[in-house]
Design a protein around this ligand. Sequence first.
Ligand code: IPE
Ligand code: IPE
Ligand code: MG
Length: 227
Amino acid sequence: MSELVHLAIIMDGNGRWAVKRNLPRVAGHLEGLKSLKKVIKGAIDEGIKYLTVYCFSTENWKRPEAEVKYLMALFTNKVYGEIKAISSLGVQVRLLGNRSGLPEAALKALDKTCEETRNNSLLILQLAINYGGQDEIVRAVNSLIADGVKEVDAAMIRSRFDNPDIPPADFIVRSAGEERLSNFLLFDSAYSELGFYDKLWPDWDEEMIKTVKQDFLRRTRRFGGLA
Ligand code: IPE
Ligand code: IPE
Ligand code: MG
């Protein structure tokens, strides 16, 4: 039976959650941050080692300016405090994504969160912000080209990712019913199990991670070989 070491989540449905309650879409993002805290606790309880969460895609810049601003303000003003509050649990934060394009203030707050949690090791939390799977591959290849590399292989590309020490996700799950990757982890998802759940992200909690883990444990992974 395979172990759930790395869980990755496409946190979707914040907007729908808010609209259902006649609230502005951004209220869903704020509520989504609360779910993230519960899910982090759930992941620790379930013995998960790496948790990657999709917070903002390279395509999310297409959203209305006010919503983008709100999300950037959350990364700048809220993430540090919220993570700090649970960092005593042993959470180490890592950033995943393209730094260029992110506001200076957001980067400063996120870097501070990473720096202050870097000695924690119970759970490694990757925040995918301004992340795109295609962008990740392109940046890696360009960094190899800049070093004069003429021909690449998969291991070389992967070695230039933001956090090459973090293994590929065993299970990629998405909330809110949509069944697509939306440019998430394109390279490393080669053999990830996939799971889609109808529950909107702001309704996720510790219990949901138990369910997710049980679902994963029922999967048979073959990696192209035989079971
Ligand atoms: C996910 O929720 C959060 C981000 C993409 C930033 P959405 O904002 O996509 O919520 P829906 O899909 O519109 O309901
Ligand atoms: C994917 O959700 C990105 C994040 C969860 C951050 P979207 O809501 O942006 O994806 P699409 O546009 O429905 O594919
Ligand atoms: Mg969405």
